[in-house]
Design a protein around this ligand. Structure first.
Ligand SMILES: [Zn+2]
Length: 311
């Protein structure tokens, strides 16, 4: 893996992704591979912007008096993220909401604390960041976050912040991508940021070992569909900004794959039989070209199904 080969998350190799997401020992690789990352800014209207770099998408509310970020990627990118924000407003970053605990979404937390921002998350996310976390899918342990990287303000169900004429609300969806997920709504701008509850145009990762479930992912999509309209811009955890109709298709894919796997499991099929039956076949053309491969996704859905149905 050489620096010039670095690409956005969606095209990173599985090896680089593993290193970026999970391994403390990969700090050097991380720094090298992030060297050439550029931050791209998309204007979503109403002073809300989407920053693409490496790692999870970053949402920005660029107010006249203060800035609120949703997620902050990796620490080595903090200066570039702040430079991109500086192109939008001279106001300081005052708040950062973390959508969940994964390192590609909270990696810039400590640098944001150092410039005076207040870190906010759902209580489950703050709880996981306080101790080492083993992620079964990657077979790796993420160390506990340092004090300055841990959320200072937590909420259980929701929290609202009024800032420069906008109301930003973070809602909890239980047991979805993890057990500490937040969906963030920018009411006036009509933008919703979903963290990893939504991967646009690709199968999602569901972190079962952090309390995630397929059913929770479907509930999260339903919740956002209910508070959206055709003009709503939806920021996924990874991938391009999407519409309500695209989120509805994602919801249908999740339910369709879950249903097919559930039928096979109910018929007594084991993991190998389920994977061989290709229960996501109808969805692979549209969703199977991202980082998460079809059979990996099936394994996650299978494990979830077995867990939900075993006594
Ligand atoms: Zn995640």
């Amino acid at each position: 893996m050489t620096a010039h080969r670095l690409a956005p998350y969606s095209t990173l190799s599985r090896f680089a992704l593993l290193a970026l997401l999970t391994s403390a020992g990969a700090a050097t690789l991380r720094a090298q591979t992030l060297d050439t990352v550029r931050i791209r800014t998309t204007d979503l209207g109403g002073s809300v912007y989407l920053l693409h770099g490496a790692g999870g998408n970053v949402g920005v509310f660029a107010g006249s008096s203060a800035v609120l970020l949703v997620d902050d990627q990796f620490a080595p990118l903090a200066d570039r993220i702040l430079a991109a924000v500086g192109e939008l407003t001279d106001a300081p970053v005052r708040y950062v909401i973390n959508t969940h605990w994964h390192p590609d979404h909270v990696g810039g937390n400590a640098p944001m604390t150092r410039i005076g921002a207040t870190l906010i998350s759902q209580a489950g996310t703050a709880r996981r960041m306080a101790t080492p976390q083993y992620t079964e899918f990657f077979g790796r342990t993420t160390p506990a976050a340092t004090n300055d990287a841990r959320p200072a303000v937590t909420f259980v169900d929701s929290i609202s912040i009024r800032l420069d004429g906008e109301t930003i609300t973070a809602f909890h969806v239980d047991s979805a991508h993890t057990d500490g997920d937040a969906v963030v709504r920018f009411a006036r701008a009509n933008v919703v940021q979903m963290g990893d509850l939504y991967f646009s145009a690709q199968y999602p990762f569901i972190d079962l070992s952090s309390g995630g479930t397929v059913e929770g992912m479907i509930r999260a999509a339903d919740m956002v569909l209910a508070l959206s309209d055709p003009a709503t811009r939806i920021i996924p955890g990874h991938g391009p900004v999407a519409t309500r109709a695209q989120l509805a298709a994602y919801r249908a894919m999740l339910a369709g794959v879950q249903d097919s796997v559930a039928r096979l499991v109910a018929g007594g099929a084991n993991l190998d039989t389920v994977v061989a039956a290709r229960p996501a076949k109808a969805f692979d053309a549209a969703w199977g070209n991202g980082w998460m491969k079809s059979d990996q996704f099936i394994r996650i859905v299978y494990q979830d199904q077995v867990r939900q149905t075993s006594p």
